[in-house]
Design a protein around this ligand. Structure first.
Ligand code: ADP
Length: 224
């Protein structure tokens, strides 16, 4: 079955360094998608010392995946807070266990993701990009000093906060996160490509940001 065009609910996938979070932000701003970003939800829960954050903290620092039940609980909380409009999952589902959780939500209450967007990029290109990545500690906006720089020298375009490098963007952690993607999340992408081809879309993530964004808009039927 083909997704509604444009899709109402999208899940975006990509290696760390693929630019998927910047794409998600642009889609949110330009096309009204509410973002459910598991990485940001986890970091926020850690900052607040919420019980789910306390459980996830060690995994997050190591660049390892946080247990599925912690992620599912955070996503469920976030879904309760957003309305019925356009929605974009950035970072969920990230394991086959989380695919199962989504299947269960579908069975229990008809919950359905309309489109699985794969931002495809090779390992080496992804690693090269991660060194330039910066994030706003206040609002979570992401930038890249080469491919998607802020307007003013290392400060956030949205609120002027000085940008930071994420702790899990340290060089030794970057390798580990690529491995985690290959072992845990690539099977999720492969799953949707083979089991839900009508809802699967692939874009070439190795292009410059604006080109990836343009291809994404075409893939989602948002370019009209
Ligand atoms: P990236 O996509 O660049 O890895 P994110 O902000 O999406 O960055 O994720 C940062 C970290 O948050 C991950 O390395 C992992 O520890 C944790 N995380 C995010 N989403 C999930 C998820 N769905 N399942 C388990 N862990 C997650």
């Amino acid at each position: 079955m083909s997704p509604p065009v444009p899709p109402q609910r999208v899940a975006i996938f990509g290696r760390p360094g693929s630019g998927k979070s910047s794409l998600a932000e642009r889609l949110g701003l330009d096309h009204g998608y509410a973002l459910v970003r598991t990485g940001a939800l986890l970091r926020e829960a850690v900052r607040r010392r919420a019980p789910l954050g306390v459980r996830g903290e060690g995994y997050l620092k190591a660049g390892a995946l946080v247990p599925d039940d912690v992620v599912a609980a955070l996503v469920a909380q976030a879904l309760a807070a957003v309305g019925d409009g356009r929605l974009l999952f950035d970072g969920f589902p990230r394991t086959l266990g989380q695919v199962e959780i989504l299947v269960a939500w579908g069975r229990e209450r008809g919950y359905r993701v309309d489109c699985f967007l794969d931002v495809a990029i090779g390992r080496e290109a992804a690693i090269a990009r991660m060194g330039g990545r910066r994030v706003c500690p206040t609002c979570g906006a992401t930038y890249h000093m080469v491919s998607h720089p802020p307007r003013h020298d290392e400060t956030c375009d949205l609120d002027g906060t000085r940008l930071e490098r994420r702790k899990d963007d340290a060089p030794e952690i970057i390798e580990a996160r690529q491995r985690v993607f290959e072992e845990s999340t690539q099977p999720v992408v492969d799953h949707y490509r083979t089991h839900a081809p009508g809802r699967y879309r692939r874009v070439d993530g190795e292009q410059p940001f604006e080109a990836v964004y343009a291809e994404t808009l075409r893939a989602l039927g948002l370019d009209a």
